[in-house]
Ligand binder design. Structure first.
Ligand code: R5P
Length: 315
């Protein structure tokens, strides 16, 4: 059914790679990935991939540096094994928040990561919900950028919240454009939280622009939840302004550090995230719903492999 298509899953998210394989009805390639005693990574491809169209599935979430280096080593292995084309599939792109010089003497690490992936030998990239869409421009190779919002919206639409009772909240001014897409799909009004970040771990939110939200159901969408400081701060603001119920939607559940503890305590009906990243055992909580993007990624892989349009998947 697929000529020369090979799927390879790194160790970052074996379940997602397996689910994509299941959707496409092709087995994952036989590979061995292990750690040397000193922490270096060893990779061996146990099957011939000469002339194949290879898709390497490896979100670069925590442990970010290990997963990134493993991706680079896998690309190198495929290149040297004479793969015809290598696509790095990054359901989550780590270091995306370091995409500009926002202070003196700081790096642009997203650009460095783009250089590394390209230099290692990737021919193209397939990613989903980059923190900043312009990161695509850091690559001089073809880049397909998927969005999970239709999948999240499908779930929230199933809750049948009347638009006049719905307010969709952007947790900061940087997310307004993204959040407006949800407003278009789900109806409701828009409100924006005024967020100030004091450190990587702490944010301060107080004001709400827009509304009123008194007695309404609030949906807060963020591209990622990392320590959950931003989202929990927004939930607090929504509640202080009289929201009756608060739901949270996110593409990337990074859930690191204090995230689980913060989210467990927050007055949230449900947190809905995609499976772009694996869920760590200690980061589980009761009101978390995971929606799979395996079909979205699988369909994109199928289309890229067959040189069909991928833009159809943006809706
Ligand atoms: C920031 O611009 C992002 O969109 C997220 O709001 C932020 O990175 C989430 O991080 P945390 O959960 O640690 O507040």
């Amino acid at each position: 059914m697929y000529d020369h298509l090979t799927l390879i899953g790194g160790r970052a998210h074996p379940q997602l790679a397996a689910d994509i394989g299941k959707f496409l009805n092709i087995p994952l390639a036989a590979i061995e990935v292990a750690d040397f005693p000193d922490g270096e990574i060893s990779v061996k491809l146990n099957q011939n991939i000469r002339g194949r169209d290879v898709f390497l599935i490896q979100p670069t979430g925590p442990p970010v540096n290990d997963n990134l280096i493993e991706l680079l080593i896998l690309i190198d292995a495929c290149k040297r094994a004479s793969a015809e084309r290598i696509t790095a599939v990054l359901p989550y792109f780590g270091y995306a928040r370091q995409d500009r010089k926002d202070a003196g003497r700081v790096p642009i690490t997203s650009k460095l990561v783009a250089n590394l992936i390209t230099k290692a030998g990737a021919d193209r990239v397939l990613a989903m919900d980059l923190h900043a869409a312009q990161i695509q421009g850091f690559f001089d190779i073809p880049f397909d950028h998927l969005v999970a919002s239709p999948i999240l919206d499908e779930y929230f639409a199933s809750l049948n919240i009347p638009p006049e009772e719905l307010v969709i909240i952007s947790p900061d001014e940087g997310s307004i454009k993204r959040v407006l897409q949800h407003v278009e799909h789900l109806g409701g009004s828009l409100a924006i939280v005024d967020k100030r970040r004091s450190s990587a771990l702490h944010t301060r939110q107080a004001n709400l622009i827009g509304g009123p939200i008194e007695g309404k159901t609030a949906l807060i969408f963020d591209d990622m939840i990392s320590t959950a400081g931003s989202i929990v701060g927004s939930v607090k603001v929504a509640k202080e302004h009289g929201a009756k119920k608060v739901y949270v939607g996110t593409s990337h559940g990074v859930f690191c550090g204090p995230a689980a503890a913060r989210l467990r305590e927050a007055p949230i009906e449900e947190i809905v995230a995609t499976d772009s990243l694996p869920l760590q055992a200690d980061q589980q909580f009761d009101n978390l719903r995971i929606i799979s993007v395996a079909t979205l990624l699988g369909e994109a892989i199928r289309r890229i492999h067959r040189n069909e349009s991928v833009s159809y998947l943006f809706d």
